[in-house]
Design a protein around this ligand. Structure first.
Ligand code: 6PG
Length: 247
């Protein structure tokens, strides 16, 4: 895993981090040299991206040609789209409802459907829409968070089968809540062109430090299994999450 200094961005607060990430998103994803390129992006869930979503909508919403973006999700809770737990709802309320994006370019995971059938359907949708490289869908950007237990997307510990084989999408269970989830697998995440972790808070500093310093104990966390095969990875963290990093 390559961590040149330009892969790590540390901001003093979560608000400043959201501003930094929104600016990066605009500059990186919108490669101005190719005005017709479409971008295929998978969003993360949880609460960390809320500030980023709002900042992106408020300050860049009118400057980005959203008609060039297809939004997918890295994972979803198996709940209806109007449930407060829904990652789609979080993105809709804070970003999608505030920008001009064709609804046909919003590819949510249907949390209200049978999880196993939906995991197959979602994988087929990804295969049919995201450009293939060596017959593998390659997202331009996948945005991820990390839980205080070191999980990312809905990849939880002790589900080793997730890390083998070449499945695109899997059904998992959050061991803390027993809630079923649908998630992209490391196999497809690691094939993205750009992977971004956005992590804030002192509670996550220990694991962030272990992963970024490639400590042996980091291997227990699913976030450490995210290693781009032929892309780049970036960590956007705030001072709290960076606390153990510069010891
Ligand atoms: C989810 C997410 C999950 C999340 C982390 C961080 O559906 O819960 O995809 O991987 O990114 O748990 O969550 P917070 O941002 O709420 O801390």
């Amino acid at each position: 895993m390559r961590f040149s200094e330009n892969s790590l961005f540390v901001a003093p607060t979560p608000v400043k981090l959201a501003e930094e990430l929104a600016g990066w998103f605009y500059s990186q994803v919108f490669n101005h040299s190719n005005a017709s390129k479409k971008y295929y992006i998978a969003l993360s869930g949880g609460t960390t991206p809320v500030l980023f979503f709002n900042y992106l909508a408020s300050y860049y919403g009118k400057y980005i040609d959203w008609g060039r973006i297809h939004f997918f999700w890295a994972d979803e809770r198996c709940v209806p789209p109007d449930d407060n737990d829904s990652n789609y709802k979080t993105a809709f309320v804070n970003l999608l409802s505030k920008i001009e994006i064709p609804s046909a370019q919003i590819h949510r995971i249907r949390g209200e459907s049978d999880p196993h059938k939906e995991s197959v359907r979602y994988a087929e949708e990804i295969m049919s829409i995201v450009p293939l490289e060596d017959n593998v869908p390659r997202f331009d950007l996948i945005l991820l968070g990390m839980g205080a237990d070191g999980h990312t997307a809905s990849l939880f510990p002790d589900q080793a089968e997730l890390y083998d084989g070449n499945k695109l999408v899997a059904v998992t269970i959050n061991p803390n809540t027993q809630q079923q989830r649908i998630t992209l697998t490391p196999w497809i995440i690691n094939r993205a062109a750009k992977i971004v972790f956005q992590v804030t808070g002192f509670a996550k500093a220990g694991i962030v430090g272990e992963i970024l310093q490639q400590k042996p104990e980091a291997s227990q966390y699913s976030a450490s299994k995210i290693k781009p095969i032929h892309g780049d990875m970036y960590w956007f963290i705030d001072a709290g999450a960076a606390k153990e990093l510069f010891k």
